[in-house]
Design a protein around this ligand. Structure first.
Ligand SMILES: [Fe+2]
Length: 388
């Protein structure tokens, strides 16, 4: 695999490992400090790093979205027309991105309702479910729930509860050190990205649930990349057709290693189109992010830097295509990791625990045109040209 020169400053999400982690599990894995273990409300979800745990490189996989089998009007998710329809509320957070649902328990959905859920999330980009009983059911339940939609991604460097490598844990400990390091090298924590966009088959349907939270703060911001594409002029849309970005996890792995973390899978470098099509909705969207995108392979460096800066500024600066999700106890959010980008927001400075988990379904390999969907040889010549 060709190494790729670092082009970005790694920020919050680049390393999931905090240098201050000092605990050990009974099996000898690294975990959070004993102080944090005592303060954690959900110890069964604490992150652990087993230095001996290794996973092979990902290979191309065909993918068929469950959302293709959804009912036309999401009748199975919302039980439209029945007495149940008064038991819940569905509210659009903005016209084109995000919905908030209260009164429907994800844990009670049958398979048909889950098919509707897959399509509803694809259409709305982000769906916030309030007052869920998910967290108390344990890691296995959450993993089984998501496994219905497809194979689950295993993060290359993240900590996970022992025996549940598909669960990606984000954990900020109750220590002043961790708060202080958050802004040691950066003036802010904003880092827009699509999770693990360096993966060959991209992460798609994603579930995120907070287990323990500060009283306020630690929100997540989302941007709509379908709308970001639609806002461009026809001339700019045309200019982007046929361009591809190199995505890389090399820097993420290095940052993590330097902090004392482990590598469960060797870093990946892949090429994806800038304009990607969602197989379920057929809509085009931008597929670019500063954290893992490195360069446009068809352009010279200065040209690539110029165009990528424009695209990043366009998405990050347009608050009129973004939403901000404020986490509350028992809020569970599902998002489409292709048609949105997101950023953490570390705006709390009291030394309290913020503990959450993420589970992602491996979706299709990104394509610029649905005629290439599930084609293993897509972009083969470009890979050969670059020697990847
Ligand atoms: Fe993320």
């Amino acid at each position: 695999m060709a190494p790729v020169a670092a082009a970005v400053e790694d920020k919050y999400d680049a390393s999931q490992f905090q240098p201050s982690y000092s605990g050990k599990t009974k099996r000898g894995s690294i975990t959070v400090s004993q102080d944090n273990q005592k303060l954690a409300l959900y110890p069964q979800y604490l992150p652990t790093w087993n230095p001996l745990q290794k996973f092979p490189p990902y290979k191309f996989e065909k993918y068929i979205d469950k959302g293709h089998q959804a009912s036309d009007k999401f009748e199975n998710l919302f039980s439209l027309g029945s007495a149940k329809s008064t038991d819940y509320t569905v509210k659009r957070l903005t016209p084109k991105l995000g919905s908030e649902i209260d009164g429907i328990q994800l844990s009670q959905l049958d398979d048909k309702a889950k098919l509707d859920l897959a399509k509803f999330v694809a259409e709305r980009g982000v769906v916030v479910f309030k007052n869920q009983d998910f967290n108390d059911k344990g890691p296995q339940f959450a993993i089984d729930f998501m496994n219905y939609f497809g194979p689950l991604h295993i993060h290359p460097t993240s900590g996970s509860p022992e025996n549940f490598p598909q669960m990606h844990i984000t954990f900020r400990g109750a220590s002043q050190d961790e708060i202080d390091t958050a802004f040691a090298k950066n003036t802010n924590s904003i880092s827009w990205h699509s999770d693990c966009s360096y993966s060959l088959n991209a992460l798609q349907l994603t579930l995120f649930s907070c287990l323990q939270l500060p009283e306020s703060g630690g929100d997540t911001l989302f941007a709509n990349t379908v709308e970001a594409y639609n806002r461009l002029s026809p001339a700019m849309q045309e200019r982007l057709e046929g361009l591809h970005i190199l995505h890389s996890s090399v820097e993420q792995a290095e940052t993590n290693k330097k902090a004392g973390g482990i590598t469960r899978r060797e870093p990946e470098t892949n090429i994806h189109p800038i304009v990607r099509v969602n197989p379920l909705t057929g809509k085009k969207h931008l597929y670019v992010n500063k954290e893992f995108g490195r360069r446009i392979i068809e352009l010279k460096k200065e040209e690539s830097d110029y165009l990528l800066k424009f695209l990043y500024d366009h998405i990050e600066g347009a608050q009129d295509l973004q939403i901000r999700v404020s986490w509350q106890p028992n809020t569970v959010v599902l998002w489409n990791n292709a048609t949105t980008v997101h950023t953490p927001c570390v705006d709390f400075d009291e030394p309290v625990i913020r503990h959450a988990y993420r589970i992602s379904v491996m979706g299709e390999r990104p394509v610029s045109d649905l005629k290439y969907l599930n084609d293993e040889n897509y972009l083969k010549e470009k890979y050969e040209e670059l020697g990847i």
